[in-house]
Design a protein around this ligand. Structure first.
Ligand code: ADP
Length: 498
């Protein structure tokens, strides 16, 4: 029996899904794990066990990969034509739209996020599938003029079997970011959701089946990084791994790829993104945006502006406002639509609390927050939004990705100082600048070492716009045309016309 806040009810279909025994999804069949092991997935709002999830080990991964390979060779590219692939992806999007309330509830229960934010995620995932459904019929090669009497053209072909390893912060959206382009390009997939949030991916398998995808085109295996994720990254018959998660695990995946079959790897990793506010910015717009770019998804988003730099003349005013707004954010069970839900797990809670302690030890000024929530929220993994002031960019809390509701803020005096401090990080995922001076804004955008720069805005995304990390934030860009490169390979064909 799921514990619910007073007055809240779940959809019948959500309850029915949670009540049934969960299986792995391989070759179009629901299968028990080879070694018979299961692990619990918890509701971070109250630590209640939501379901027991199958733990896939090496023999299961072999079976999923074999099913994907078989589907690739017999039932998918090039047998199923691009227009049909497009139709299937659209159908999946239709079914997700139909089951929107169930998918939202599963995301909220498993991840903790507010229901209205989960809605935004599911709609984003649907959009993503629709955008790439359009691409399926538009993947073209080129003809190349060369010396002599010859014709040269290129073909863009799918890679084959791709392993997709995703994190827990936006479970369904991250699945869509990878599944949609991989399928549109004609690949077969082995998807592993994060062990903290497997429910929405398992539910999605029902919709994949109902949409009519041939068996084995999408396989979903559940389990932790080791052994499940590791078995994917080490597999000899997986052609590519696409990973989103921490930089630490990204390195392990590259090592595993290098020491197995040199599978291709694309990585979307951590960030510690600078959000730079000049004194001439529209401060009203900035302070609302900075609140959300600091604490959205309870700080568990790789692009968040977790390093704020504010020009000195407006620093005090800005901080006072940010503190006031942070203290007013409502915190609670995601099903009641608060501003912030819990962090995802006890492990994440401990990690964030540890960083808060480190920040205090190394002399950062605790402006607000810094504690776990007590009273009615003490069963879940709830934290007060936390702001640290500092003047030293080498502090651990300024350099390392915390992945929780913690933002560090510092004043600056000169534009060049803002740029060099913004770039003083091993990460390069995103950055933002706020100013009314367009030259200053564009100079900043050009000088910043980041894959995405927002001017007078934050966290703007569209499936059509490439998104990837510079420096240690990743390899390869997802979204837009860029993802087509990630899930295809080029073949050059020479025709000797003599
Ligand atoms: P976090 O630290 O935020 O939990 P991770 O980077 O550890 O994020 O996890 C992201 C995804 O990577 C999850 O699906 C997780 O199970 C998986 N993962 C973790 N360790 C490994 C590993 N050694 N090999 C492959 N996948 C892994």
């Amino acid at each position: 029996m799921i514990q619910l806040p007073t007055g809240i009810q779940l959809q019948e279909k959500t309850l029915a899904f949670l009540a049934k025994t969960q299986h792995l999804f391989m070759g179009g069949e629901w299968t028990a794990p080879a070694e018979g092991q299961y692990f619990p997935t918890l509701n971070p709002a109250n630590a209640e066990v939501l379901a027991e999830i199958p733990l896939a080990t090496s023999p299961d991964i072999d079976q999923a990969v074999a099913a994907a390979r078989h589907a690739f060779q017999n039932h998918w590219h090039p047998k199923i034509k691009p227009a049909k692939r497009s139709q299937l992806i659209h159908k999946l999007a239709d079914l997700m739209q139909r089951d929107l309330p169930i998918l939202m509830e599963l995301e909220t229960l498993d991840n903790g996020k507010p229901l209205n934010k989960a809605k935004y995620d599911v709609l984003g995932a649907i959009n993503h599938f629709r955008y790439y459904a359009g691409w399926a019929t538009k993947i073209e090669g080129t003809t190349i003029p060369v010396d002599g009497h010859k014709l040269v053209y290129t073909l863009r072909e799918p890679l084959g079997v791709v392993g997709l390893i995703i994190p827990w912060n936006f479970p369904l959206m991250m699945a869509a970011w990878k599944l949609a382009p991989a399928l549109a390009c004609g690949n077969c997939c082995v998807l592993k959701p994060a062990e903290q949030t497997p429910l929405s991916a398992l539910y999605l398998c029902n919709l994949i089946q109902e949409a009519g995808f041939p068996a084995g085109v999408v396989n979903v295996v559940t389990g932790p990084g080791v052994p499940t994720g590791e078995a994917i990254s080490q597999h000899m018959d997986i052609d590519k791994v696409s990973f989103t998660g921490s930089t630490v695990v990204g390195r392990k995946i590259m090592t595993a790829a290098a020491s197995s079959n040199l599978k291709k790897v694309s990585l979307e990793l951590g960030g510690k993104s600078p959000n730079v506010i000049f004194a001439d910015a529209d401060l009203k717009a900035v302070s609302q945006s900075a609140l959300w770019s600091s604490f959205y998804n309870t700080g568990q988003e790789c692009t968040l502006g977790s390093r704020l730099y504010v020009e000195r003349p407006v620093y005090e005013e800005f901080i006072t406002k940010l503190k006031e707004q942070a203290e007013q954010l409502s915190i609670g069970n995601g099903l009641t639509n608060p501003d912030l839900g819990p962090v995802v797990s006890q492990k994440q809670l401990d990690r964030v609390l540890n960083y808060i302690q480190v920040g205090q030890n190394e002399g950062a000024e605790l402006i607000t927050g810094g504690e776990r929530c007590t009273g009615a929220l003490s069963d879940g993994y709830f934290l007060h939004p936390t702001i640290f002031g500092h003047t030293n960019d080498d502090l651990q809390v300024v350099q390392e990705e915390i992945f929780g509701p913690v933002v560090v803020v510092s004043p600056f005096d000169k534009p060049e100082e803002a740029i060099s401090r913004a770039n003083h990080t091993r990460y390069g995922l995103a950055a933002a600048v706020w100013t009314q001076d367009i030259s200053k804004a564009h100079r900043f955008a050009q000088a910043t070492q980041a894959g995405t720069v927002w001017i007078n805005g934050y966290d703007l995304f569209d499936p059509a716009v490439p998104f990837g990390g510079h420096k240690e934030s990743g390899i390869g860009a997802e979204m837009g045309r860029s993802a087509i490169d990630l899930y295809t390979q080029e073949k050059s064909v020479w025709v000797n016309l003599k």
